[in-house]
Design a binder for this molecule. Structure first.
Ligand SMILES: [Zn+2]
Length: 250
């Protein structure tokens, strides 16, 4: 078993230098610093009982640290998978409690969706997520203001594997590798067979182009800490709402 890749001190210093002004930008982030040869693989909608452990093993073999945007209601069902993700050096991030379109939620419900997910992750792993990705990539100014209130940094993507529908792995890998540039954030999903098959080719292709694959924690070392979940948050319920089946929106 190989260790997750570590950044050279030179790359780490460059990233710190390029991202030190991150807090000043109020909008969502689509990519990292363009002046550093790093790309981030991100996996949405986990954890899933069977596919996420396989994905963790595959990333381990490839010596890649990735980022997992976690659905809180699933996280509490598979806490061991979250512990494994953190122990392998992956970034674990907030993808809401139940994967609803946040632009259609009232303020209180949105606060719950955000804080219950962060709280679940922090309770299980001891790590407070710093990054948030809105389900389906849907956001508006009002919802983003609530996200920012909690100190979460909203991260979207500039390259997508379009893997919510079945794709030929070789073709998918080729298009992702071609589209990526310095600082690219690549959207993938954790539960797809074709994504799993494409992943070694994606990693090989990106490395052949000279990119280092990094987690979002590595790409944005200066991102601010998120606020304490729930404390000072005006939600009335103190326990998460009942688990609902998660409808995945591409
Ligand atoms: Zn999603």
């Amino acid at each position: 078993m190989s260790l997750p890749s570590r950044l050279t001190p030179f790359l780490a210093a460059l990233l710190l230098c390029f991202t030190s002004g991150l807090e000043a930008d109020p909008g969502p982030i689509y990519s990292g610093p363009k002046g550093v040869p790093v790309v981030a693989l991100t996996f949405d909608d986990g954890p899933r009982q069977f596919t996420t452990p396989r994905l963790i093993a595959l990333l381990d073999e490839l010596s890649v640290r990735g980022t997992f945007f976690i659905v809180g209601a699933q996280a509490v069902q598979f806490p061991g998978i979250l512990e494994d993700l953190v122990s392998k050096g992956h970034t674990v991030a907030n993808h809401s409690w139940s994967h609803r379109n946040i632009t259609q939620l009232d303020r209180e419900t949105l606060l719950e969706e955000l804080t219950f997910c962060s709280q679940a992750i922090e309770t299980i792993t001891g790590v407070r997520p710093r990054f948030f990705r809105p389900p389906g990539g849907k956001w508006d100014r009002r919802s983003l203001a609530v996200v920012q209130e909690l100190g979460l940094t909203t991260v979207l993507w500039d390259v997508t594997g379009r893997d919510m529908v079945q794709r030929a792995p070789r073709q998918m890998a080729a298009s992702v590798v071609k589209a990526a540039g310095p600082g690219s954030i690549i959207l993938l999903h954790g539960g797809m067979e074709w994504t799993m098959e494409a992943l070694p080719m994606i990693v090989e292709g990106l490395r052949a182009r000279g990119f280092h694959l990094v987690s979002l924690d590595q790409m944005f070392p200066s991102a601010k800490e998120a606020a304490v979940p729930l404390r000072n948050v005006p939600v009335e319920r103190t326990s998460p709402p009942p688990v609902r089946p998660v409808k995945v929106v591409p």
